[in-house]
Design a protein around this ligand. Structure first.
Ligand SMILES: Cc1cc2nc3c(=O)[nH]c(=O)nc-3n(C[C@H](O)[C@H](O)[C@H](O)COP(=O)(O)O)c2cc1C
Length: 178
């Protein structure tokens, strides 16, 4: 059975995204979770981190995230679409956790077997495709941020108001993790 690490970014325990998270993880036998808002994860890279050279130590909170990822076969990212991207706390997580000498130049992290990007959106997928936002978000998240750091990756947008269908899809995705 694959080990799964979930990175979750939403401040509210009451919305659709939390229900999607619960449906997804409810179908997993076990998982670890970084609930970024609950953790108060610092999302702004410091000047010291920016100036860090490859091989230099990383901050303890960054090292903890990297260790959780390294221990997992499957990575899942669950968040709402905000302004055609992930919430700032998750963008900052990538800024800080995808460090030079770990995520790139060189990439030393063992690639995940599978990355699942699961996001809720106000617009339907058809509307997001028509506006070009779907492909823009997929390119940024899958081609750039995940890239070669996973052997396979999926971009799943649960868009529009069909809550029951979204929860069912999230549970199916959870069950698809073997
Ligand atoms: C700050 C903000 C920005 C948003 N931007 C978008 C957007 O660019 N595209 C979109 O489809 N929905 C957008 N939405 C709608 C959210 O994606 C939608 O309300 C959310 O996925 C529903 O989940 P929730 O109940 O957990 O918040 C935005 C919502 C907020 C609060």
């Amino acid at each position: 059975m694959s080990s799964v690490h979930v990175v979750y970014a939403h401040p509210s325990p009451a919305g659709l995204t939390r229900a999607v998270l619960d449906s997804f993880v409810g179908a997993l036998p076990s998982y670890t979770l970084s609930d970024l808002c609950l953790m108060g994860f610092p999302a702004v890279m410091s000047a010291r981190e920016y100036a860090r050279a490859p091989g230099d130590p990383v901050p303890a909170d960054v090292a903890a995230e990297q260790q959780r990822l390294a221990a997992a076969d499957v990575w899942a990212f669950v968040y709402p679409v905000w302004w055609a991207d992930c919430p700032a706390i998750l963008k900052g997580w990538f800024d800080r956790v995808w460090t030079v000498g770990w995520a790139y130049k060189p990439m030393v992290v063992r690639p995940a077997k599978r990355a699942i990007v699961l996001c809720t959106a106000g617009y339907t997928v058809a509307e997001l495709r028509a506006s070009g936002h779907y492909e823009a978000m997929r390119a940024v998240m899958i081609d750039d941020r995940i890239g070669a750091r996973a052997e396979s990756s999926e971009f799943v947008v649960l868009g529009g108001p069909d809550r029951a269908a979204h929860l069912q899809r999230a549970a199916e995705l959870g069950r698809s993790v073997r």
